[in-house]
Design a protein. Structure first.
Length: 311
């Protein structure tokens, strides 16, 4: 009986986790959302090993591609660029630091550093004003965003937005799970995770719990309740310990309790306001506006005190 309860609760968890979709209510992540604020005490970009240094005068990008694998990309690159500009702006010597970089970076890297603030602003405006067709497929939405990124960042788009592009590409491949029968879902999901193992940090899939929760978000909506129960039980056996199952259930119960409290509070508060509105024209019709406002606020405050003392 307890095992059945666990399964049903896990199915409830699966039902509340939404499928990854890009649209007005779930926009594509921007550069700004993926860049941690850098501490100004960090070393300047000219001393960083993340940007590949060249010993002679700046080389063109085509001469520098052989060792491109050692250069940063994605969040690491964004962090370095943020650090450089935060530091030089705080020290008010950006032009001097850029001049120093001109002899130590490739043309491609230098141009990216020098133009980063403007490009970042253009990208934020572009992604904020982009209208994604709600009826478009995920592939069409991703293609649109990548086209827009290339228009802003040029050849550097796949480098600066490497982590975002990884998330998009993973989501596209994960769509193949929609057509999988329930009895093959777990096996197909495992194979998907194995193919993307090198990117598990970017995808936030470094723990079994994270992989379990991701599997739930990808469950096809076409599965029946019985099929969901079967798949969730297999996933929990594969990725979770009994303690983790209990922790998940406890968190879900806590969330459910809090949601119910919010609903109760809003419902009872609405009833009180309706009652007070009726009293204003009947029982307390002779009150002045100031007297009524004081009484009204007193009743609201008293309600809140009593509600939260009980709950």
């Amino acid at each position: 009986m307890f095992r059945l309860l666990l399964i049903l609760m896990l199915v409830f968890l699966a039902s509340i986790v939404g499928w990854l979709a890009f649209g007005p209510d779930n926009p594509l992540p921007s550069v700004e959302s993926n860049v941690a604020r850098a501490d100004s005490s960090q070393v300047s970009l000219s001393q960083s090993v993340l940007f590949k240094q060249v010993s002679s005068k700046r080389k063109v990008a085509s001469q520098d591609t052989a060792d491109s694998s050692v250069t940063p990309q994605g969040r690491a690159l964004q962090q370095q660029l943020e650090t450089f500009w935060l530091t030089c702006q705080s020290e008010q010597n950006c032009q001097a630091q850029l001049a120093q970089l001109s002899s130590s970076l490739s043309d491609q890297d230098y141009d990216l550093v020098a133009n980063y603030p403007e490009l970042k602003q253009q990208w934020q405006y572009s992604i904020g004003s982009m209208e994604l067709n709600q009826f478009a497929t995920l592939a069409e939405k991703v293609a649109q965003v990548k086209r827009q990124a290339e228009m802003v960042w040029g050849l550097e788009s796949s480098r600066v937005l490497a982590d975002e592009f990884t998330l998009y590409d993973f989501s596209l491949e994960a769509q193949s799970l929609i057509s999988q029968p329930a009895e093959e879902y777990v096996q197909q999901y495992q194979q998907l995770i194995e193919r993307w193992q090198a990117n598990e940090a970017t995808l936030s899939l470094t723990s079994d719990v994270a992989r379990f929760e991701k599997a739930l978000t990808l469950l096809p909506s076409s599965y029946t309740l019985a099929q969901r129960q079967q798949v969730v039980e297999q996933l929990s056996s594969l990725y979770l310990t009994p303690t983790q199952v209990s922790d998940i259930l406890a968190r879900q119960q806590q969330v459910a309790t809090q949601e119910q409290q919010v609903m109760d509070y809003q419902s009872q508060l609405s009833e009180l306001k309706f009652l007070l509105s009726s009293q204003r024209t009947t029982t307390f019709a002779q009150m002045s506006d100031s007297q009524w406002q004081a009484y009204y606020q007193q009743q609201i405050d008293q309600f809140r005190i009593e509600f939260f003392s009980i709950n």
